[in-house]
Design a protein around this ligand. Structure first.
Ligand SMILES: [Zn+2]
Length: 335
């Protein structure tokens, strides 16, 4: 994810968006009204935080996974193979595309896996799998131009999704679940939004299944860092409030206090593209911190954000586990 809009400028943007709503078909917050989240009393499989942690380690073993790097090529092949193992070969699709980056043409790939593929009633879960080619917030100026490992920013969301895929392989979900690993979320230089969200933008403009519209989407980004707090990300609250409230109420029922029922930042991330360019109500579960850092003054990204501190040492299995358990309860018992 990238820069945050301050509360003031977010209010300005909101006015612009409302103005846009009155003149075109921009989706409004009513889209996800009417989704039934009844507790159905079903058994819910258990999430293995150790397995999710191992999926982070496996990604880091490829090195940084920034576009056009060796780690990027190797990791994408591995994700495709793992998802074929869990979803079946015919239920995995890679969407390859090129993007003109900074002095290079990038070879990009979104990786998509469908569980219970014949169900017409579906949800979508996603994360970005690429990692950042630079670490501009690192304390060491000499290290700011080198790619980072992205244990949290990249690998953690993918790891939770791979663990869900492993579970769904053995426990067919009662609804259709599509997993999308987006490429190129984090390529852009700070402030250059045209070079962020490359995979979700391409997917939104070129949906592999024309007319595809699941009930909603959930984006995971930075869901493994120690001391994670998950206040209510504000684009999610705008575009998919019912989904966000249900996810947070499940967390509350399960006793996971890091899901805070209070407003967080407006975070520009892949879900913003899915909401605004594709019209799919999508929430973002993303770590926000009260520690000093880059943010809106109240909430900030964690201290390792876009530094070389974003490595395996800052990963907490309990955070991965809580996010995974909330999603399993949603998938198997609320829809
Ligand atoms: Zn990032």
């Amino acid at each position: 994810m990238t820069a945050i809009i301050s509360r003031l400028s977010a209010a300005v943007l909101l006015c612009m968006m409302l103005a846009a709503c009155s003149t075109d078909d921009t989706p409004d917050t009513a889209l996800d009204d009417g989704i039934d989240f009844t507790d159905r009393g079903r058994d819910v499989p258990s999430f293995s935080a150790d397995s999710a942690f191992a999926f982070i380690e496996a990604q880091l073993a490829f090195g940084p996974r920034n576009p056009n790097s060796e780690g990027h090529r190797a990791a994408s092949a591995w994700f495709t193979e793992k998802l074929r193992e869990y979803a079946g070969r015919r239920a995995v699709f890679t969407q390859e595309f090129e993007h003109q980056g900074y002095d290079e043409v990038l070879d990009m790939v979104n990786i998509i896996a469908s569980f219970n593929p014949t169900a017409s009633d579906r949800i979508m879960l996603c994360a970005h799998w690429d990692t950042r080619p630079r670490a501009e917030h690192d304390d060491d100026p000499d290290a700011r131009d080198t790619p980072l490992m992205g244990a949290d920013d990249g690998a953690s969301g993918v790891a939770v999704l791979l663990e869900l895929a492993r579970i769904m392989a053995d426990n067919p979900p009662p609804i259709g679940v599509d997993i999308i690993l987006f490429d190129g979320e984090d390529y852009g230089e700070e402030g250059d939004l045209a070079n962020y969200f490359l995979g979700s933008r391409y997917w939104s403009a070129n949906p592999p299944v024309p007319g595809y519209m699941p009930r909603f989407g959930i984006l995971l980004d930075m869901v493994g860092g120690r001391e994670a707090l998950f206040p209510l990300e504000q684009y999610s609250a705008r575009y998919a409030p019912a989904v966000q409230q249900e996810v947070w109420s499940i967390a509350d029922e399960l006793g996971f206090e890091r899901f805070l029922n209070e407003p967080g930042m407006y975070v520009q991330d892949d879900h913003m593209i899915l909401n605004e360019e594709y019209g799919l109500p999508t929430i973002n579960i993303i770590h926000q911190s009260r520690q000093p850092g880059y943010g809106d003054g109240t909430w900030n990204f964690p201290p390792w954000w876009h530094t070389h501190g974003d490595d395996i040492e800052i990963i907490d299995r309990d955070v991965l586990g809580e996010v995974g358990e909330v999603l399993l309860e949603l998938i198997y018992n609320r829809l």
